[in-house]
Design a protein around this ligand. Structure first.
Ligand code: G6Q
Length: 545
């Protein structure tokens, strides 16, 4: 953290241990009947309620000062102006350009890239609509199935978005293969007919071990059934490395490019979103882009007290750096968002899981929290016990749609009532006095009551945010993702780290490359560490039994 920001953080930490030590969320509501209005913000149709956090006006003011002191405005301008904010890879970060649907020029490294972006998008749309209409066909006629082969950013975005937009699917069935574990590709290939299946090889670099292994397996399986010549009609590539896609046998008009200024985990807006477009159509895909584009505008222009990504980020920083909370839960009460937490894990943890600051020194404060979550109400019957009564405090985001995409009876009202009940219970808790009164009213004998009462107490005062949106449409989904993207950016800016590289994934890849010949048994393990050598030998013994 740069110096003036560090001073403000220290002030917040000190205040937390002194003036704010007995503060609690319920009292903040008692003191301010307008708290809900003053602690909620809107972006388009999305309402963000952050009133159920243990944050007072003074604390919020200091958090806003913290953002100023960290030069958030300057860093945001640098991001949107296309400066090379990804300093360790010397790249601009411009996924926002992909959802900028205005007519204005988009300058990156001195070039207007608008026509490049629109060119690829229009080729994607022609292709997707041709497949969907059955005018672009495979050996066996119109495509019935699409298999997207990719991993990390080339998988999680398309997987999450296609799941979220399931009610909008009217194209071919879409399947995803990511893991190098052969079980993944095997089970997908067992369900698709080769003659009417389109394979998408999604890889920015076109060198990723898992993706290239799965792609080769898919190609061999396909060639066995349909012959080499049919590859041209059944394989598509999404990549920045168009020379490599040719070498794989993919024809140029079936390769959809993107650029090094689109980071993997920010790439669902690019050609990497082709599987989404095939499933829901190009019109819905455009609406998804425009939702995100709207948030880009909001993030750049809304005043800080109304700026949702800024508020999300500052609340997160308060929890992480002032309260010392380690994790952050994302709990969508929207079944179609069942992969949302997994998606955000990559977005947040790969972006802000860093310990070296932009000055090259180890940071003196915590950075990104552990992000996790599952849809409600399922989580309520599993891990919510710990959120309510455990020793760790877990700030959580709740996401609720006002209307279901496919309403059934009163399911949706029950879903919403559960979400509201949880955030209320987390805030209010249940005191010993109330527990005792309830037990007394139930006629329980004194001795049993005394033994049980403490177990039934809920401490409360546990923070939550709630997002309420009309319905999970492509536009709303685009908004939600972009809100979290910019939250991550703001936190990285304040922590003074590079949110756009991911060196932490490299060492494992390097060692896997070294270990592969040893695992195969082609090369002796030699004097590696005792555990790895022991495991390799035990693996050989078990495998060869
Ligand atoms: C994301 C990361 C990473 C990447 C995968 C796949 O930001 O860079 O998750 O997306 O490693 O890389 P390829 O698309 O190059 O196969």
């Amino acid at each position: 953290m740069i110096d003036p920001a560090n001073e403000i953080l220290k002030q917040l930490q000190k205040q937390q241990k002194t003036e704010a030590v007995d503060q609690n969320i319920s009292d903040l509501f008692v003191a301010d009947p307008d708290r809900f209005d003053r602690y909620s913000a809107r972006c388009g149709s999305i309402l963000f309620d952050y009133s159920k956090n243990n944050i007072s006006d003074d604390q919020l003011d200091l958090l806003l000062d913290l953002a100023d002191a960290a030069d958030l405005n300057g860093k945001r301008a640098a991001l949107f102006n296309g400066q090379h904010v990804n300093v360790t890879e010397d790249r601009a970060v411009q996924h926002m350009a992909l959802r900028n649907l205005s007519d204005e020029p988009i300058l990156i490294d001195g070039r207007d890239v608008r026509s490049d972006i629109e060119g690829v998008r229009s080729r994607m749309s022609d292709f997707a609509e041709g497949v969907r209409a059955g005018t672009i066909v495979g050996q066996g006629g119109p495509f019935t199935d699409v298999v997207n082969i990719g991993i990390g950013g080339s998988d999680l975005g398309p997987v999450m978005v296609t799941a979220a937009l399931a009610p909008y699917h009217d194209g071919p069935r879409v399947h995803f293969v990511s893991n190098v574990d052969g079980a993944d590709i095997r089970q997908v290939l067992a369900r698709v007919p080769a003659h009417t299946t389109l394979f998408i090889i999604a890889s920015k670099t076109f060198t990723t071990q898992e993706t290239m292994t799965n792609a080769t397996t898919a190609r061999d399986w396909f060639v066995e059934q349909c012959g080499e010549a049919a590859i041209a009609d059944h394989f598509v590539a999404l990549s920045t490395a168009l020379d490599k896609t040719q070498a794989f046998g993919i024809r140029d008009d079936r390769a959809f490019g993107f650029w090094d200024w689109v980071g993997g985990r920010y790439s669902v807006w690019s050609a990497i979103g082709l599987s989404v477009m095939l499933a829901v159509g190009s019109e819905n895909f455009t609406s998804f882009l425009s939702g995100a584009g709207m948030v880009d505008g909001h993030f750049q222009t809304a005043p800080v007290r109304e700026n949702i990504p800024v508020l999300m980020a500052l609340i997160g920083i308060f929890h992480r750096n002032v309260c010392g909370y380690d994790t952050h839960a994302v709990l969508p009460y929207d079944q179609h968002l069942h992969r949302f937490a997994a998606y955000l894990q990559q977005l947040d943890m790969e972006s802000n899981g860093k310990r070296i600051g932009l000055d090259g020194e180890a940071v003196a404060h915590d950075t990104g929290p552990i992000v996790w979550g599952e849809p409600g109400t399922n989580g309520q019957h599993a891990f919510y016990q710990l959120i309510h009564q455990g020793t760790s405090i877990i700030p959580a985001d709740f996401l609720i749609a006002a209307r279901a995409n496919n309403p059934v009876g009163d399911h949706h009202e029950k879903l919403v009532a559960n979400a509201l009940a949880q955030t209320e219970a987390l805030m209010l808790g249940k005191s010993l006095k109330r527990v005792t009164a309830d037990l007394q009213a139930s006629g329980m004998e004194q001795e049993r009551m005394e033994a049980l009462a403490a177990h039934k107490v809920f401490p409360g005062n546990r923070p939550t945010n709630t997002f309420l949106y009309p319905m999970l449409t492509p536009h709303v989904l685009g908004q939600l993702i972009a809100l979290y993207e910019h939250k991550v950016f703001v936190q990285g800016a304040i922590w003074n780290i590079n949110s756009f590289d991911q060196w932490g994934v490299e060492l494992g890849k390097e060692l896997a490359g070294e270990l592969l010949p040893m695992v195969r048994g082609d090369v002796a393990v030699g004097d590696r560490n005792g555990s790895t050598s022991g495991l390799v030998s035990a693996f050989h013994a078990m495998r060869d039994q």
